[in-house]
Ligand binder design. Structure first.
Ligand code: SPD
Length: 366
């Protein structure tokens, strides 16, 4: 009897502990987002309103996020893949469908953008657009002019792909994104080839283009360039539009005389859409929906754009975005520039592997 009682007690207290843990888990949300991609008070506001604490980790490349997701049990309830990577991940059943009943703020999204994004997520079943932007050139105006003169081709990829130019920039520092699936398409496009070319000769030419200028590249990194541009440690970076504007703001705040500019090269540039999605094995699905719905509020989304300086996918938020950002063509490109932008496409796994191998060679310089 005593034993039975003891076992029952044990079982009851175990049940209590499990229920307690479940309750505690509902109050914690694990989010994995790009670095420098949220306003400083967004999480605080969400927690104050819902009581849900956010454990927030960051990454700076789709490759890093993908490795975690494909390994499974990432522990994240909400992640932010770019649409081209997500397309493949949806097919691999990495995500769960969203419950629109828990997303009443869906009505605020840009309907045209949703239509466009159906290429990666048919029926917009698994994802919500967060931010988007271009991959272009950030530069320190004074240092580039000092190295190349007043006519420096800052509005062209020639600035970096012509050895005679980049050689002169080497001394003030040049950084490239550490992302084979973004950098090789840029080189392919510059050479006049499709950004997702599977042609071995074309891919070799793109590799050769990088190898030729490799000695002039200071480093490959996908987030460090923000502070390095802002404090004058480098003079040119290939990177994400909003990141360059954040560098510009930081430089202005530091009042050390550094002026950062951003250019979308005239030959065209890649554009990306980053998406909110819930992994199939997420533990706090309800909390993830609550957070997505919170992010789709116009005033919350506009505040994020106002800080990180990437445009968002929320039409209702646009009037609340600072006018100076809304009217800056480097952030919100004109229709003419939009026509020159290409979307990074969903690359077949084999091509992604080829590009990754090529990138390893490029980085090692051999
Ligand atoms: N610091 C935030 C950068 C976000 C960039 N997303 C990039 C998507 C690349 N395809």
């Amino acid at each position: 009897m005593m034993r039975f009682f003891g076992k029952t007690l044990l079982a009851l207290s175990l049940l209590g502990a499990i229920a307690g843990a479940a309750q505690a888990d509902d109050k914690v949300l694990h989010v994995y987002n790009w670095s420098d991609y949220i306003a400083s008070d967004t999480l605080e506001k969400f927690t104050a309103e819902t009581g849900i604490k956010v454990v927030y980790d960051v990454f700076d490349s789709n490759e890093t996020l993908e490795a975690k997701l494909l390994a499974g049990q990432s522990g994240y309830d909400l992640v932010v893949p770019s649409n081209n990577f997500m397309a493949k991940q949806i097919k691999a059943k990495v995500y769960q469908p969203l419950d629109r009943a828990q997303l009443p703020n869906w009505k605020n999204l840009n309907k045209n953008l949703l239509k466009t994004l159906e290429v990666s997520d048919p029926g917009n079943q698994f994802s919500v657009p967060y931010m988007w932007g271009s991959v272009g050139i950030g530069y320190n105006l004074a240092k580039v002019k000092a190295a190349l003169g007043d006519d420096a081709p800052v509005d062209s990829w020639d600035l970096l792909f012509k050895p005679e130019n980049i050689e002169k920039l080497k001394a003030c520092g040049v950084s490239f994104l550490d992302s084979p699936t973004e950098m090789l398409p840029i080189a392919l496009h510059y050479l006049g080839y499709p950004t997702d070319s599977k042609n071995a000769k074309e891919l070799k030419e793109a590799q050769a283009l990088f190898l030729k200028i490799r000695p002039s590249i200071s480093y490959f990194h996908s987030s460090k360039y923000i502070s390095d541009l802002a404090n004058g440690n480098i003079c040119v970076a290939v990177g994400y539009s909003g990141d360059m504007y954040q560098a510009k703001s930081r430089a202005k705040d530091a009042k050390a005389g550094v002026e950062v500019k951003y250019s979308i090269p005239q030959e065209g540039a890649g554009t990306f859409f980053d998406m909110l999605a819930i992994p199939a094995d997420a533990g706090n699905v309800e909390g993830a929906h609550a957070f997505i719905n919170f992010l789709m509020r116009p005033e919350i989304m506009a505040a994020i754009t106002n800080q990180v300086q990437f445009p968002n996918g929320n039409s209702a938020a646009t009037p609340l975005v600072d006018e100076v950002l809304r009217t800056d063509p480097g952030i919100y490109p004109s229709d003419a520039v939009m026509d020159k932008l290409y979307v990074f496409t969903d690359l077949p796994a084999g091509l992604q592997r080829t590009m990754t191998r090529s990138w390893t060679r490029i980085k090692s310089g051999r």
